[in-house]
Design a protein around this ligand. Structure first.
Ligand code: GTP
Length: 216
């Protein structure tokens, strides 16, 4: 995974306590790999993936950012999610504290600092360890519904629920774009240009405003 720049695609950021499985979820989604002993993330890194959404006949390039869950990186993490289009909050179903922190810390921070129209997902990871579950799925789903988030039980180890989560989240993003502004997205070969088109539109609008005000 690179830690610099991005491809200009849709920014997706994974947040959550250290050790809940953010890096493993991304490795599984991008490369279909899983490792038992992953080093804790320092700072942040990202990987890109082009994804087709056949139901909507559209594609997107997702720039998926892995952030560090450790407290010492908190200030840095904010920098990564504040302009994200999509945030996925990850907790470990065998660790009650990691879910409580989703509710009381991570979600609150995103609400405060994130984009107003952000698409939110919540992943209850390590579903393969259901015998040690500390957070009932119904409780987590209720919370997700209450904050308008897409919920998924995932296992990076068994490759469960991850593709579906990213699919639902991408579709939700595309639907919200199509509802909000049909011109933001394009079919076929124009994938990944969503943000660039946004920027161009904004520039055009700015020019018009200035003309009206008599600037030149
Ligand atoms: P930080 O980088 O410190 O924020 O942690 P993280 O959230 O990125 O966690 P990471 O992906 O590094 O995973 C932590 C540990 O959990 C590793 O030992 C993984 O092998 C393990 N792990 C991750 N996902 C799963 C899963 O779905 N099931 C099981 N059983 N273990 C998992």
């Amino acid at each position: 995974m690179s830690d610099k720049g991005n491809s200009g695609g849709v920014k997706v950021v994974l947040l959550g306590d250290s050790g809940v499985g953010k890096t493993c979820i991304i490795s599984r989604y991008i490369s279909n790999l899983f490792e038992d002993n992953v080093k804790s993330t320092n700072g942040a890194s990202y990987a890109s993936k082009r994804v087709d959404y056949p139901k909507l006949k559209k594609s997107l390039i997702l720039d998926i950012w892995d952030t560090a869950g450790q407290e010492k990186f908190k200030a840095l993490t904010k920098f990564f999610y504040k302009d994200a289009a999509i945030v996925i909050l990850v907790y470990d179903i065998t660790r009650r504290d990691s879910f409580d922190n989703i509710k009381n810390v991570w979600y609150q921070e995103v609400k405060e600092n994130g984009a107003k129209d952000i698409i939110l997902g919540i992943a209850g990871n390590k579903s393969d360890l259901y015998e040690n579950e500390e957070v009932p799925e119904t409780e987590a789903r209720e919370f997700a519904t209450s904050v308008n988030a897409i919920y998924a039980l995932t296992s990076a180890q068994n490759n469960n629920g991850i593709d579906k989560l990213f699919e639902e989240i991408g579709e939700s993003y595309l639907n919200s774009k199509m509802q909000g502004n049909n011109q933001d997205t394009k079919d076929g070969d124009n994938q990944g240009k969503v943000l660039k088109l946004d920027a161009k539109d904004a520039k055009e609008k700015d020019k018009e405003k200035k003309k009206k005000k008599g600037f030149c």
